[in-house]
Design a binder for this molecule. Sequence first.
Ligand SMILES: NC(=O)c1ccc[n+]([C@@H]2O[C@H](COP(=O)([O-])OP(=O)(O)OC[C@H]3O[C@@H](n4cnc5c(N)ncnc54)[C@H](O)[C@@H]3O)[C@@H](O)[C@H]2O)c1
Length: 273
Amino acid sequence: MTQPAGPIPPLLLVGCGQMGSAMLAGWLADGLAPSVILDRHRADGPAPHRIVRQAADLPDDFTPALIVLATKPQKAAAVIPDIARFARRAPVLSVMAGKTVGGLAASLADAGAPGAVVIRAMPNTPAAIGQGMTVCYAPPAATEAERALCGRVLSAVGDTAWVEHEEQMDAVTAVSGSGPAYVFLLAELMEQAAVAQGLPPDLARRIARRTVSGAGALMEQSGVDAAELRRRVTSPGGTTQQALAVLMEPEAWPAAMDAAIRAATLRAHELAS
Ligand SMILES: NC(=O)c1ccc[n+]([C@@H]2O[C@H](COP(=O)([O-])OP(=O)(O)OC[C@H]3O[C@@H](n4cnc5c(N)ncnc54)[C@H](O)[C@@H]3O)[C@@H](O)[C@H]2O)c1
C-alpha cells in the first residue's frame, strides 16, 4: 500500500499513557505536525503540541487529520462523547485491545457522529524507539486514503501489517501486543536464575538483558529463522542442549506459551464488550 510521504499530519491523541506516549515518542522523532493530546492525568507535553486534560478544553479550531484512541478499553464509553465532534470530520484509529470497529462506530453514532470511520490497530511499546510492530484492521467502509493515513502514522513507529478479518486482532493482541511483556519476563527469569547460580546481581542483570537484546537484534538483522539461530547455539552434547531439553519438554515452554497466548486471545475477545 502506498503511504503519503511528508510529515505526520495533526493528530488528536486521546490517552497518553504507556502506549500513547510510546507512539508519541516515535511520532515526535519522525516530525509530527502540531497536535493535541487529551489525557486526564498529564499536565505537560512537548511544544508546539498542546495538552488538554478534559474534552471541554479541546480547541474548537483544531482539525486533526486522525484521532488516535489510546485509553484503556474500559474507558471507551467515557471518551467516545469527548471525541464525537471531531470524529464527524476525521477517522478514528483505535489501539484499544478487544474493542471492535463496529462497537466503536455504534457508540460514536449514539454520541452524534453517525458514519464515523473507525480503524483498529494493535501496536506494541517498542514503538517508542521506532521498533514497534503494529497490525491493523480496516472495515470495508474505510477508504484507501484513510487506510494509507493510518499506515503512514503507524509506520513512523515501526513495522506494520494488515489483517483481513477483524477476529484475527485478538490473537495479534496476544502475540505482538502483549508479547514484549513475555520477552521482558524472560530477561527477569534469566537474571534470577543467574543469581541463583551464584553470580553477583549486577552482572546477572547485565548479561540477561544484553543476551535478550543481542539475540533479538541478531534475529532482526540476519533474517535467519529463529529455529536455525537456536540450532547454531546448540553444540551436540553441550550446555545449551541440556537447557533446551528442559525448556522444550512438551509440557514446559511449548505448553506454557500455547496456554498463555490462548488466555490472552480469549481476554482480548472478552474486552470487546
Ligand atoms: N501498554 C501496551 O503495551 C499496549 C499495547 C498495545 C495496545 N495497548 C492499548 O492501549 C490502550 C492504553 O493502554 P496503556 O497501557 O497505555 O494504558 P495507560 O493506563 O498507561 O494509559 C491510558 C491513558 O489514558 C488516560 N485516560 C484515562 N481516562 C481518560 C479520559 N477519560 N480522557 C482522556 N484520557 C484518559 C490516562 O490518564 C492514561 O494516561 C489500551 O486500550 C490498550 O489495550 C496497550
